[in-house]
Ligand binder design. Structure first.
Ligand SMILES: CC(=O)[C@@H](O)[C@H](O)COP(=O)(O)O
Length: 262
C-alpha cells in the first residue's frame, strides 16, 4: 500500500509531523531542526511574531521560516478567551499570514489546559469568517465532535499538558476521537520522546505536533530527525495493521518435524 498523504482542508502534506517554534536556543537552531524534521507545517505564536515588520531580533522568527517550504500556522497561544483569540487571528490574516489558525485558548497558567467553551465559541466565529481552524483541545471526544460539526478542519487533542513530556496519557480518549473523527486528528502537546509520537500514530492519529522535546534537546537537529523517523514508523505500522495481542504464545517456526530425515 502506498503512503497516504495527510490532507487538511484543501491542502495535502507528505509529512505528518508538525512542529512548534518556541524554546529553541536560537532561531538558527530552530531553522535547522525544522529542516531535519521534514515537517511541512510550522506553528508560531502570534504573540511572539513581529507582524509590524519591526527589527526585534527575537521577534523576527518569521524570517527563519521559509513560506515556500512550510505552511505557517499562526497560533493564538496566550489568548485568555474567545474574543482575544478571534482578534489575534484577524490581526494575523490582516498582516498577510495564511488564513489558517491553530486555535489555542488556555487561560490557566499552571496547567495550560484549553478552555473548551471559549474554544468552541471562537471556532464558530472563525469558521464563519473563512479561517481554516485547527483547535487545540483536551482529549474530549464530545468536544471534538462538536468542533468538527462547526466546521473545523482538524482537531488537536492533547497527549498530555504542554511541555510535560509525559507522552500519550490520554490514549483511551484519543482512540475514541480517532474512531469518531471526520476530520484529521492531530495529537498535540506532551509528546516528550519519539516513541510517544510513534504511539500516537499507531493509535490512528493523522499527525502529531511536537515542540518542547525537539527544542530543548541537546541537539535539536538530531531530535527533529528522530521524531521524523518515529512518526513515519508509527504511521506505516498503522497503515499496515498492527497485529492483535494474543494470550499465550504462537510459534513462528514449526514445532514438529525438527531435523526430520537428517
Ligand atoms: C507549540 C504549540 O503549539 C503547543 O501546543 C505546544 O507547545 C506543543 O506541545 P509540546 O511543547 O509539549 O510539544
Amino acid at each position: 500500500m502506498k503512503n497516504q498523504s495527510l490532507v487538511i482542508a484543501d491542502r495535502s502534506f507528505e509529512s505528518r509531523l508538525m512542529t512548534g517554534t518556541g524554546k529553541f536556543p536560537s532561531n538558527e537552531s530552530m531553522r535547522d531542526a525544522l529542516e531535519a524534521s521534514g515537517c511541512q507545517i510550522v506553528t508560531v505564536a502570534l504573540r511572539r511574531a513581529d507582524l509590524s515588520g519591526g527589527n526585534d531580533p527575537y521577534a523576527n522568527i518569521l524570517e527563519y521560516i521559509d513560506p515556500e517550504k512550510y505552511l505557517l500556522l499562526p497560533n493564538t497561544s496566550g489568548a485568555m478567551d474567545a474574543e482575544e483569540a478571534v482578534r489575534l487571528a484577524r490581526l494575523a490574516a490582516a498582516a498577510g499570514l495564511p488564513k489558517w489558525v491553530k486555535l489555542e485558548i488556555h487561560p490557566d497558567p499552571t496547567y495550560l489546559l484549553p478552555d473548551p467553551i471559549e474554544t468552541l465559541k471562537a471556532a464558530e466565529v472563525l469558521v464563519k469568517e473563512g479561517f481554516t481552524v485547527l483547535p487545540y483541545i483536551n482529549a474530549d471526544p464530545v468536544l471534538a465532535k462538536r468542533l468538527q460539526e462547526v466546521g473545523t478542519a482538524a482537531v488537536m487533542p492533547l497527549g498530555a499538558p504542554i511541555g510535560s513530556n509525559k507522552g500519550v496519557v490520554t490514549r483511551d480518549q484519543i482512540r475514541i476521537i480517532v474512531e469518531q473523527a471526520t476530520v484529521p486528528v492531530v495529537v498535540d502537546a506532551g509528546l516528550g520522546a519519539p516513541s510517544h509520537a510513534a504511539e500516537a500514530m499507531e493509535l490512528g492519529a493523522d499527525a502529531v505536533l511536537v515542540n518542547t522535546a525537539i527544542a530543548i534537546a541537546s541537539d535539536p537537529v538530531r531530535m527533529g530527525l528522530a521524531f521524523k523517523v518515529a512518526v513515519e514508523a508509527g504511521r506505516a505500522a498503522y497503515e499496515m495493521g498492527i497485529p492483535e495481542v494474543i494470550e499465550g504464545a504462537s510459534a513462528t517456526s514449526p514445532l514438529t518435524g525438527f531435523l526430520e530425515g537428517v
